[in-house]
Design a binder for this molecule. Sequence first.
Ligand SMILES: Cc1cc2nc3c(=O)[nH]c(=O)nc-3n(C[C@H](O)[C@H](O)[C@H](O)COP(=O)(O)O)c2cc1C
Length: 178
Amino acid sequence: MAKKSYPLSKVYGLLEPGPVVLVSTAGGDRPDIMTLSWHTMIEFEPPLVGCVVSNRNHSFDLLRASGECVINIPTLDIAEQVVGCGNSSGADIDKFERFGLTPKPAKYVAAPLIEECYANLECRVADTTLVTPYCLFVLEVVQAWIDPAMKAPRTLHHLGHGNFMVAGERIKLKSKMK
Ligand SMILES: Cc1cc2nc3c(=O)[nH]c(=O)nc-3n(C[C@H](O)[C@H](O)[C@H](O)COP(=O)(O)O)c2cc1C
């Protein structure tokens, strides 16, 4: 099949691994939440996650100052809130209040867990080497929580420009890798 050239500006939509997450931070006047899809696993254990947080976001300042955050993994049922948190600034509004989300105390970090998300990963900033050139924070997950009742979470995967894929069918394949 003949392939056609694809704009470089749209490449991210092909590769974004998802799921889209909500990053909660604490500090300043109130806690904040931002939507984030540019993340990648870096290490199994302790789990290290690289997250690109633009320095134009209020969350960038809170994350850099506190060195802590929670990566919350939302599902389809709160998709509207996910988009809302990604199109407003915590410098202007209280996103927990505006979007009807519930903050719960975390075990190890000051940033709150978002109760409505099916998983919550408490994180500490482990490496800031790439923050200045790429706004990329390396986060260490120090505590993870999951809703055991949710067997097949319908996570959201960003394709760009308001388009999302919803996780659905699951298959298990035999792997020769040890
Ligand atoms: C689906 C989606 C994915 C996003 N992914 C990122 C991301 O990976 N990194 C980033 O810096 N901003 C991302 N954003 C934008 C921020 O969520 C947005 O700028 C937000 O308003 C920041 O909030 P804050 O100013 O309260 O921190 C995304 C927005 C949406 C809707």
